[in-house]
Design a protein around this ligand. Structure first.
Ligand code: SF4
Length: 485
């Protein structure tokens, strides 16, 4: 298990980041830089595919971007003025090189490379059907069904075949595709995962987050709209709306945790929204204390917001070491425990005898919260109050985020009082779903048709979950068969 965030063995994980550029001399080098800025969205593997006007070139590897593209000749071999790239933490499909994106296929019309952020929630069903019709899959990735759907579409042009493919899939997809004709950037009709567009000189860029544009010196133009397909080619740029319009449901968790705080997501500064969530948390759940202490690093902006709203001083009560290699973090419970202690230390001289408000972004399994509270107590804190900058995470995500199965989510098993008892804090409180919506700039949450995907808090999924439902049905059937055998 590879980790970069502190305390992140107990976080939801964004699965992927994508980056594409059309029209730059050193396209692959720009993509590598962009992927560096998106590393937090996937640390397990990275890949780049370029096109030089005649041929496609690919390099994919497991591990971080730096390790995969650190040799000069790797980037030099990825020639051409157009390239797309991908960072990945596995969602569907085993962790194997054949699943590392961009995926590539040679159609009769030419090469086609695809990088996908999201998850196709009916991929298994489509795959079974395609298998029956003779398709042979090269990977276990959900993204590959899109390639086969494009290949088998009866439409004439590649653009129409691509649209036809997208219309058959459910779930979340922000896609950047490279063909010999041009680059396609497409966001699913609900816009679950982000995708932005920028400009670098004459070149056009698409990326999961604006921070990737900043890093390469590009200008942010706008978000790719939910349901929008943008085509960039030597003939220029065109925007298409091939899907029936629906109310967008972008993932609200991008604001809470996934996106970098220096990014703009759907027009809002992530940093500002996180501070607003902290302020809402303080208004909804006040408590008298000496210091507001963030759980580093992801709890910092919300803790600043909490401190500013409450008037209680913000202090760094936990210091994070930036020099702990990820090799320390192994998936066994024993070493996980070691990892937390190596990476974080309580600032004891500050904490001793004080009443502390700890601010974190979320509680997933609860194991980390338990350790941090204990760390504060060991350092002599008189009281430890935990405040969480998201509502309780009660449901799994099926849209490209790594969540444990529902049974392992603490909030799916316990109410807040029981959770408080479990993590052994003096008090525990979460921002309400209404408070979260206010923080992202909505007056109120529309109960019937929420403005965001917030399913991991509410269970109101914005799409059908075909594979999950069928899997559940099979499980239920097996259970019944076993019972009556
Ligand atoms: Fe985001 Fe949660 Fe919806 Fe997944 S279920 S897309 S993490 S809000």
């Amino acid at each position: 298990m590879l980790t970069t965030h502190p305390f992140d063995d107990d976080k939801l994980r964004e699965e992927c980041g994508v980056f594409g550029i059309w029209g730059a001399d050193t396209a692959a080098a720009v993509v590598a830089l962009g992927l560096h800025a998106l590393q937090h969205r996937g640390q397990e593997a990275a890949g780049i595919t370029s096109f030089d006007g005649r041929n496609f070139h690919s390099h994919r590897g497991q591990g971080h971007v730096a390790g995969t593209f650190d040799k000069d000749d790797v980037i030099r071999r990825l020639t051409g003025q157009a390239a797309i790239g991908h960072v990945r933490y596995s969602t569907t499909g085993e962790t194997a090189l054949r699943n590392v994106q961009p995926l590539f296929a040679e159609f009769s019309s030419g090469g086609f490379a695809i990088a996908h952020n999201g998850n196709i929630s009916n991929a298994m069903k489509i795959r079974r059907e395609l298998n029956r019709r003779g398709s042979i899959f090269q990977s276990t990735s959900d993204t590959e069904v899109l390639i086969h759907l494009v290949a088998t579409s009866t439409y004439r042009t590649l653009l129409d075949r691509f649209i036809d493919a997208c219309k058959q899939v459910e779930g979340a997809y922000s896609l950047v595709c490279l063909t010999s004709e041009g680059m396609l950037a497409c966001r699913d009709p609900l816009g679950v995962r982000p995708l932005v567009m920028g400009r670098l000189g004459e070149a056009y860029i698409f990326a999961s987050e604006t921070v990737a544009l900043d890093v390469v010196g590009a200008t942010y133009l706008r978000s790719v709209e939910p349901g929008e397909l943008i085509v960039v080619s030597s003939r220029g740029v065109s925007s298409h709306r091939p899907f029936a319009p629906v109310r967008p449901r972008p993932c609200i968790f991008e604001h809470v945790y996934f996106s970098r705080p220096d990014s703009i997501v759907d027009g809002s500064s992530v940093y500002t929204v996180r501070k607003q969530i902290g302020a809402e948390l303080a208004r909804e759940n006040p408590v008298d204390a000496d210091y507001v202490v963030p759980v580093p690093d992801s709890g910092v902006p919300a803790a600043i917001g909490y401190a500013q709203q409450s008037g209680i001083p913000f202090e760094l009560g936990i210091i994070r070491s930036h020099y702990v290699g990820r090799t320390f973090i192994q998936p066994s419970d024993q070493v996980r425990h070691l990892g937390v202690k190596l990476k974080h230390n309580a600032n004891s001289s500050l904490i001793q005898g004080k009443r502390i408000i700890l601010v974190d972004d979320s509680i997933v399994r609860g194991t980390t919260s338990l350790k941090i509270v204990q760390m504060m107590r060991d350092a002599g804190a008189r009281e430890v109050h935990m405040r969480i900058a998201s509502p309780p995470t009660r449901h799994s995500c099926f849209y490209g985020v790594d969540t444990p199965e529902r049974a392992k989510l603490l909030a799916a098993q316990m109410n807040v009082a029981q959770m408080n008892e479990y993590i052994r804090a003096d008090s525990l409180a979460f921002v309400s779903i209404e408070g979260l919506y206010r923080a992202v700039g909505e007056e109120e949450r529309d109960e019937a048709q929420p403005q965001h995907c917030d399913a991991c808090f509410t269970g109101q999924y914005p799409t059908r979950l075909t594979d999950h439902e069928e899997h559940d049905a099979v499980d239920q059937f097996a259970l019944l068969a076993e019972r009556y055998a």
